[in-house]
Design a protein around this ligand. Structure first.
Ligand code: ACO
Length: 432
């Protein structure tokens, strides 16, 4: 037996194996704990629990390191494209030219959405949140694209993966166009993945959309930075749903629902709303910082803090630089960017934020970037979801191929009422 940890309960000693990851991270393996001791572990929020072994993404929250399949996020954001990064995450290696071409052609071939699905999009109330629409429509894809028995399981997975990557982008643009009452714009085979998206969103019969390669490159970076982040809330939700052998559409739909929450992907929308609130209050940032520090106030500085990063999120650095560059290029003077910069400067000097290790996260500057592209605030989290698809897909694939695969079923410590008798209705006391 390799390295072990010793656990002593009531004077009895138990040896527990220690698992070491390829970057030196260690975990105590408690798989046999209940069998040996009759006890379980308690870890609300799973802050100390590794739910699986994974070869996809490495995060060092203390040092601010993020790597996809061993490659640093800074290098990918600078040199890769979203489609290439998606291939890397899903297949484990960067594609060669032929593989990349084949993958891009496949994404183009699957970019159309079944025409009958339009009726669904059109019947959602105009006020429906795009994340609710997206999660429902991704689930509905299963009905429109059922399994074909003649295909092998591998063929079925490959086609589902391609469909999701390609169609979710089209579906996001459709829901935007319908919400504006505009004519739909179909995907084009001659445009790159991000250029196609921008064109489907913003091209109109009266004003053709002019593709700007700097914006395309910035959108590539944006999606690369969102492409995976190991066992975050939405990926954990997707793995949990997938562990019951639910199909990939259902698992992704669950991931989208989890991402919607303001403490997770919904934070990008919440940050912008907060910055707007500060702007409209005309009172500056001080009262908001004071509220964030007040234990009796539930207000939090959105876009600050992270379960894993206890230093500056490496993605937030890239996003901040990108915001600066794009706003300059487009000659946009956004007062919300100034508020964000002031907020960051003040918080990083404030003892409360220093003591709690609270730094800007990915979402802090991403809303300002999306706004500069013309993306409406309620679609910010949809933009995150498109970016996160390769990560979700690779985690789903990894989990179904995992030899240690088990349905996810945590334990609990019951602390409710102990055993008692049922009281017939006519014998129960009225409370008043
Ligand atoms: N503003 C003020 N105080 C905060 C903040 C914040 N943004 N975040 C955490 N804290 C404080 C908490 O009040 C708590 O203080 P206490 O120990 O004195 O009681 C302490 O820091 C630890 O907070 P937890 O909620 O226990 O930390 P956890 O790891 O569970 O939560 C989370 C992480 C959800 C991201 C949290 O920092 C937060 O709510 N941030 C704002 C929302 C946000 O930006 N979410 C996006 C995350 S990144 C992503 O999903 C892509």
């Amino acid at each position: 037996m390799g390295e072990t940890a010793k656990l002593i309960i009531d004077g009895k000693s138990y040896e527990l194996p220690i698992v070491t990851g390829s970057e030196g991270e260690k975990a105590i393996d408690i798989t046999k704990l209940r069998q040996a001791t009759g006890m379980v572990t308690m870890d609300p929020g799973f802050a100390n629990t590794a739910s699986c072994k994974s070869q996809i993404t490495f995060v060092d929250g203390e040092k601010g390191i993020l790597q996809y399949r061993g490659i640093q996020i800074e290098q990918l954001a600078e040199q890769s494209t979203f489609v290439e990064t998606a291939y890397l995450l899903i297949n484990g290696e960067l594609p060669n030219q032929t593989e990349l071409n084949r993958f891009s052609v496949l994404l183009n071939d699957h970019s159309l959405v079944h025409e009958d699905m339009r009726a669904f999009f059109e019947k959602f109330p105009r006020s429906a949140h795009p994340m609710g629409i997206l999660s429902s429509m991704v689930n509905a894809l299963r009905a429109f694209y059922p399994e074909i028995p003649e295909r092998t399981e591998e063929e079925e997975v490959n086609i589902t993966v391609t469909r999701l990557l390609s169609k979710v982008r089209t579906m996001a643009a459709i829901s935007y166009k319908i919400s504006r009452g505009h004519k739909l714009v179909y995907p084009r085979h001659d445009l790159s993945y991000p250029a196609n998206f921008l064109n489907m969103m913003f091209d109109t019969p009266v004003r053709p959309y002019l593709i700007d390669e700097d914006l395309v490159s910035a959108l590539n970076k944006f999606w690369i930075m969102h492409a995976d982040h190991e066992q975050n809330c939405s990926t954990a939700a997707l793995r949990l749903v997938g562990s019951a052998k639910a199909n990939l559409y259902a698992a992704i739909s669950a991931g989208i629902c989890a991402l919607w929450g303001p403490l997770h992907g919904g934070a990008n929308q919440a940050v912008l709303e907060m910055l707007n609130q500060i702007y409209e209050s005309g009172r500056g940032i001080a009262p908001f910082i004071a509220r964030a520090k007040d234990r009796n106030d539930s207000f939090r500085l959105m876009g600050f803090g992270h379960r894993v990063y206890k230093t500056y999120d490496p993605r937030a650095k890239i996003m901040k630089e990108m915001c600066d560059r794009i706003l300059n290029k487009m000659s946009i003077n956004d007062p919300l960017l100034d508020i964000a910069l002031n907020l960051e400067e003040a918080a990083l000097k404030d003892q409360y934020f220093i003591d709690h290790n609270l730094y800007p996260n990915l979402d802090f500057y991403s809303g300002i970037f999306l706004r500069s592209l013309g993306i409406p605030t309620n679609m910010f989290t949809v933009m995150f979801a498109i970016g996160r698809l390769p990560g979700w897909i690779s985690h789903w694939q990894e989990s179904i191929e995992d030899p240690d695969w088990k349905i996810h079923r945590p334990r609990q410590i019951y602390n409710g009422l102990t055993k008692r008798d049922y009281i017939p209705l006519d014998k129960r006391r009225e409370s008043n």
